[in-house]
Ligand binder design. Structure first.
Ligand SMILES: Cc1cc2nc3c(=O)[nH]c(=O)nc-3n(C[C@H](O)[C@H](O)[C@H](O)COP(=O)(O)OP(=O)(O)OC[C@H]3O[C@@H](n4cnc5c(N)ncnc54)[C@H](O)[C@@H]3O)c2cc1C
Length: 178
């Protein structure tokens, strides 16, 4: 299921008509309007400022602006990996079932609709269904899921043997210790 149309009373950039030709990188939402949380901030600026292409230096928005696809992604991964970090070592069967449902609902509701659609499709592929029978299993599965997106975006894969150092215990060299 894709996110629904923009609420009537919600103020978004669509208060003004979009330019006829959208800059590369601007993604439309299911309502046919440009989707901010599906688009990177440079493409969004290129559209709203009317320039033909992205500027060389990507704009930096104040931290209290609605997120673009990258800010949304970083925050979402922080939440998801942190959930795995606090997941029980021996979860009850009920919690395991709820966790599978959570991942499925999360992907359906993800505010970048095309990211969520790809993620749903990835979870349906052989061997990719959420593995949730222990903290380590869930943490590694989440790391693999994140790596699948990294690969899709042409980014470096993360070493999943280090998921717990990154998201739970802090690095062995002590740099995360107070
Ligand atoms: C479910 C989902 C689907 C997404 N799909 C898309 C998409 O289709 N298109 C798109 O443009 N963006 C997508 N994103 C956003 C994208 O994954 C990134 O979050 C965004 O591009 C910002 O990337 P980043 O390089 O800052 O670091 P991020 O990828 O956000 O990673 C944040 C931090 O997590 C750590 N990390 C990196 N990889 C792993 C890993 N495998 N395991 C554990 N920790 C890791 C690193 O320390 C990194 O700095 C998606 C996000 C989510 C949550």
């Amino acid at each position: 299921m894709a996110p629904g149309p923009v609420e009537q009373n919600e103020r978004d950039w669509t208060d003004t008509a979009p330019p006829k030709k959208l800059p590369k990188g601007v993604v439309l939402g299911p309502d046919g309007k440009p989707c901010r949380t599906c688009t990177d901030v440079a493409s969004w600026f290129a559209m709203t400022k009317g320039s033909k292409s992205k500027s060389a230096a990507p704009p930096v928005l104040p931290s209290d602006c609605p997120p673009d696809v990258e800010t949304l992604g970083r925050s979402s991964w922080t939440l998801l990996h942190s959930i795995t970090a606090q997941y029980p070592e021996k979860p009850s069967p009920d919690l395991q079932a709820e966790t599978r449902t959570f991942m499925s609902t999360f992907a359906k509701l993800y505010p970048c609709w095309w990211c969520g659609k790809d993620f749903q499709a990835w979870m349906k592929m052989d061997g990719n269904a959420p593995r949730v029978s222990s903290r380590d299993e869930f943490g590694r599965w989440m790391c693999e899921a994140h790596n699948a997106v990294n690969v899709k975006l042409g980014k470096k894969e993360f070493d999943c043997n280090k998921w717990e150092e990154r998201w739970r215990t802090g690095w062995k060299d002590g740099r995360c210790d107070p």
